[in-house]
Design a protein around this ligand. Structure first.
Ligand code: PEP
Ligand code: MN
Length: 336
């Protein structure tokens, strides 16, 4: 349920109303816009009548929210959420460029790629240290050493780092990580999501391989309900019957998510297509569809990459992609 407050409501009246609602066992989510304050109620509001709420002189409008996601709902928070991270912004007019290898492989590899993508205009460095691999015999990532190498690359380039957390037992190594990625395979690991509610860092939440957009929003809701509202949603392609691409990039999910939620939405054209040559086209499509950023796999030697080489573009290709994407961003009125 959403309460739109009257413009003339004073701060003490608003505080009084909030106390009264909290005393009824409801969670409060306050959103202050330029002209109006909105109070979103989280919890069981079925027993509350619109009429009795409207009797309160501070309340101008009462709306029921039918969707199961409340805090992630744009009705609760009409303005775009803008996430600030290490001097970078994601959301609103701010477009994030996350680039780097699928996996951190060595100091030389990560530093060389970080320097290259920074020069071309990336604003975040991505790189997996703990890797979710289909085969237990495949390279599993460098683990803690990988995180240390990402930190070294950050020190040299200044790029904030994004890396995947697979288990809450790894959280102790993520103190200096700037954005925690929750991968597609963990999107519905509810125990993990609950734990992230009390972690102060932004979370990049990837859509599961076979999950609906509503399920993605409900997973964001899990983290938000725990107190962490800094969520970046990521469309990374879903499974379908046709395998000419690795997954199917659900472009229509972008405008839909932007309509129903205030959270920033980024696109991963690398995992979505699995094909390096298609990454620039789909990056441009992401911008045209209203995305708030892209996360792209870049490798200095894709043929020798320990993971996802076939979908990784080279630093030179990334540079070319950036020049194209800049033009699209200008058209959309977005800034990097
Ligand atoms: C990745 O970003 O390298 C990754 C494993 O992504 P996803 O969870 O989308 O498969
Ligand atoms: Mn990958």
């Amino acid at each position: 349920m959403i309460l739109v407050l009257k413009q003339k409501a004073t701060q003490s009246e608003i505080e009084g109303l909030k106390k009264n609602l909290q005393a009824r066992g409801l969670g409060i989510h306050e959103s202050k816009g330029e002209n109006t304050t909105i109070i979103g109620l989280v919890g069981d509001t079925s027993h509350m009548s619109e009429e009795s709420l409207l009797a309160n002189p501070v309340i101008s409008k009462v709306m029921r929210v039918n969707e199961p996601y409340k805090m992630a709902n744009r009705k609760f928070h009409p303005e775009d959420t803008i996430i600030s991270c290490e001097g970078q912004k994601i959301g609103g007019n701010n477009f994030a460029i996350m680039a780097g290898p699928c996996s951190v492989e060595s100091e030389e590899q990560i530093i060389s790629i970080a320097e290259d993508v920074k020069k071309s205009g990336a604003t975040f460095l991505r790189g997996g240290a703990f890797k979710p691999r289909t085969s237990p015999y495949a390279f599993q990532g460098l683990g803690c050493e990988g995180i240390e190498l990402l930190k070294a690359a950050k020190k040299i380039t200044g790029l904030p780092i994004v890396t995947e957390l697979m288990s809450i037992t790894q959280l102790e190594f993520f103190e200096d990580v700037d954005i925690i990625q929750i991968g597609a395979r963990n999107m519905q690991n509810f125990t993990l999501l609950k734990e992230l509610g009390s972690c102060g860092k932004p979370i990049l939440l990837k859509r599961g391989l076979a999950n609906t957009v509503k399920e993605l929003l409900m997973s964001a809701e899990y983290i938000m309900a725990g107190g962490n509202e800094n969520i970046i949603l990521c469309e990374r392609g879903i499974r379908s019957f046709d395998n000419f691409t690795r997954n199917v990039l659900d472009l229509s999910a972008i405008p839909y998510l932007k309509k129903v939620s205030h959270l920033p939405v980024i696109v991963d054209p690398s995992h979505a297509t699995g094909l390096a040559w298609m990454v620039p086209t789909m990056s441009k499509a992401a911008v045209a569809c209203g995305a708030d950023g892209i996360i792209v796999e870049v490798h200095n030697n894709p043929q020798e990459a320990l993971c996802d080489g076939e979908q990784s573009i080279t630093p030179a290709e990334f540079d070319k992609l950036m020049n194209q994407v800049r033009k699209y961003l200008e058209f959309e009125g977005k800034i990097i």
